[in-house]
Write a new protein. Structure first.
Length: 164
């Protein structure tokens, strides 16, 4: 039986690269995931670090305090250094607003709208059809049954409370 020592464990860099799948565009993390982001264990105390942050440190050095590493491609598992940029949380939010991933106004600040919302049941074409059918006289209960939503939700969509 072989005795375990720290020298028998591969380096964090070797373990990192063993879990990266390079595609023509993104380099996707294939290892452990936490909240959608790749996670790598490193060091004698087995501290976790987000894979994209580890890549940044490999490529560019330490990350200044108060800064985060953001994705240009919006794919949390991507570790391609060309798709990463350093910024603040404010920079990250502004990037998300610019790309239309979040809405910058009202009580729903930060929530995606329409098809981009994580719980969306309808596509834009469905919403357009729903509104057209309402104009032709179909009631909200019927609309809800047809599209698999509640009548109240159909009303909110027609009135543009949920869909712009």
């Amino acid at each position: 039986m072989k005795t375990w020592t720290w020298k028998t464990v591969s380096s964090p860099e070797a373990r990192f690269w063993a879990k990266v799948h390079k595609t023509p565009n993104c380099w996707l993390w294939t290892g452990a995931i936490s909240a959608g982001y790749g996670v790598l264990r490193r060091g004698r105390k087995a501290q976790n670090i987000l894979a994209h942050r580890f890549m940044w440190e490999l490529q560019y050095g330490m990350i200044p305090k108060g800064c985060i590493i953001c994705h240009r491609c919006d794919i949390p598992k991507c570790v391609n250094p060309r798709h990463l940029f350093i910024g603040t949380q404010r920079d990250n939010i502004q990037d998300a607003i610019k790309k239309g991933r979040v809405v910058p106004w009202g009580k729903h600040f930060g929530q995606a709208k329409g098809e981009k919302h994580g719980r969306a049941k309808l596509a834009l074409a469905d919403v357009q059809e729903l509104r057209h059918l309402r104009q032709e006289g179909m009631n909200y209960r019927q609309l809800g049954q047809r599209f698999g939503i509640t009548g109240t939700q159909a009303c909110r969509i027609v009135l543009r409370h949920n869909w712009l």
